[in-house]
Design a protein. Sequence first.
Length: 320
Amino acid sequence: MKLYSKENAVKPIEAMSRSGRFVHSYILTGEKGTGKKTFARYIAMQLLCDNHNACGECHQCSRVLRGQHPDFIEVMRENGKVNYSVEDIRTKVVADSFISPNDCERKVYLLTDCEGWQDSCQDALLKITEDPPDAAYFIFTAANKNSFLPTLISRSMTIELHEADKESCKEALRDKGYSEEDIDRAVDSFGGNIGNCIDFIEGDNDLIKSAEAVKKAMDAIVRRDEYALAAILGSISSKREEMRKTLEMLARSIRDGAAVRNGGKDTVSCTEGSSRKLAERFSTGRILAMYDAVCEASYRCTANCNAQAAAAVLAGKLCR
């Protein structure tokens, strides 16, 4: 299985594979598009592979890659809800983990996008992660580890996944057969974020809309135009999930500004020009305060907040 710019993340997994002794619980963190689900499949392949090395060619690895392995279980949410329920955790994970695997000596549970899930869901997992059945392994993904209780973090191996460098990203896109023109356009917009680049090339309308909103928002922040910024954020506030994703992209653009301000040359967001203007006009402390405000607003979008009110408050914080 080919992974791009994930050498540091792979090392501890390969070491465990060589020893034959694996941690039972993993937390994978990173922004959308950085390959959390792909890396989860890699861990599953290491655990289930006939050759014990995630070869990508054996019967077990092939089924993991096709999403058809009965012992690699992506836990689905009840009735398509955004967050897992306590019932999901108790029945689909805890109770099921005591049932013997179907084909292998191990079984792997994947719980994705755990932002905003209730503490009660994590409480239901504490005993099973502290003293898991010998055959059961658990993988959780989220944008950052703040989505998890300290007790669950202490019982898990946390691996932070970063974007690929731009050349590795281009290699990944070439491997998927995209044209050089599409590759250059995507990488210019999203840097080494392979997932976002793929979605952009494939014409993901929500992503394209979010990228346009972020570009306009960054211009408004640079001009300190609170009214314009409030209008931009308000236009996406009717859907909390869309707003959350847009704010995640805005946070990256502001973070790029802080990096440029402190001598960084490469940017990874879709607003390189505006990020550089931000670095020219604001201090590092002010830019970091903006970043914190956007991250807080993004997190609040996972809860039951008034998104329109949150957009107006955020515009005031960013343009004061």
